[in-house]
Design a protein. Sequence first.
Lengths: 124, 372
Amino acid sequence: MGQRLPPARTIVLVVEDDPILMMALVEFVEDAGCEAVEAHTVAEAIRILETRTDIRTVFTDLDMRGSTAGMKLAVAIRDRWPPIELLMISSQPWDKDQIPARGVVLGKPFDRRRIVAAIQKFAV
Amino acid sequence: VTLPNSRQPLQSDPAAHAPLTTLRRGSTPLFETERRLNAVLNNASVSIFLMDDRQHCIYMNRAAERLTGWTLTEVLARDCPLHDIVHHTYPDGRPFPLAECAIDRAFPENNQERGEEVFVHRDGHFFPVGFTASPIRDDLANIIGTIIEVRDISEEKAAAERQRLLINELNHRVKNTLATVQSIAAQSFRGTDPVALGVFNARMMALSSAHNVLVEDNWESASLRSVIERALAPHLLAEVDTDRFALAGPDERLHPKVAVTLAMALHELMTNAAKYGALSVPEGRVVVTWTLQPCEDGRQRLDLTWRERGGPPVTTPTRRGFGSRLIERQLPMEFDGAAEIAYAPAGVVCRLQIPLTPLGWVGQETIEGRSA
């Protein structure tokens, strides 16, 4: 009691169905000084969000299974868990009005500096 | 009336040369040529409609009957503008009044009208058509009717849609694959030189940004000026000093292969300049100029010069890296051009001469020239 605990690392949920890309995304999160929790499907991501309350940021690929699953997830998160920050990565451009409030979409291939900076900004 | 010999010249019946005064149905005599014209028109694959000054259809060929589901007899019996028979409803179900019809405007506005519209078949289904509407004049140049050629373009539309989907998929795949390559490289070279990995990632970004320029024109060609601006963008945009770069030269359409290689070459020059050359000090300048010259074989040749000034004194590197090998060896080999990097003490000068590959799928089975 009264003892100072080291500041807990910000937890980022990484949603990616491609195992190779998952490795890169997790590394970006760790480079940003945060802790990554992995979800390999949208359903798994929702389950984790329903059971954990310590997720600060969701970092999701928007190109999963070649469909719009990633963006649907992002929209659902903004609706059900409004405080969670959203960082998205996509191979295609998105219109501003398609992106949930406060959400950030960055392109592929990965611009490491911008991705790490975005994760850090959300972690503050 | 018998069908005349098809090799005979057109009928010289004097009545056939009497000036047309109206296209309205009446008691005009049946010319022999009508039989012949019917033989031609009814074997044509394009649908042809002839309309009078009230936009009523007074003739349609067999192709037009097949296209619309209506017979000429039925259309004549309706005695109303053709628009009300084949074009009365927008695909979203709203009524389509004659006054809004582009085909109809060929008549009052007196010009040849081409375009695409969506017609309604007799059975109610919609189908896309391409049309050309031309006015018909009497001898006093008064417009007395309209001839409309119509083609069903459903298949072309479907093919264009398939192509759009494929190009979207291609764009998506290229970028996703580059991201996968980055990820594999990051894992493979884990714990080794992070600077080298940064250089590699910057090359992937340069490759990707060259592809972005191609995406804008469906991978058919890219604008020379855009390729140069995009390649230099990482520095161009970050610069507060707008005089740091000077770009001058005409725009041209580039074949995708040339666009990508040129973008990569410029990226290497820029990286080198940022590390050792003019872009490594605040007062350094880079001037990129280019011209287009006719080649002997009829192609155009791009002559591009990259000139650095105001940087630290230049020394010739002892080892040729990826950048100089790409520029001095690969570029001339690939495009049958010439390239030279001069490490002049006052600043690096790179001269490129690239004969421009004609646009189209060169190296594939079909070579399709396309004027820019």
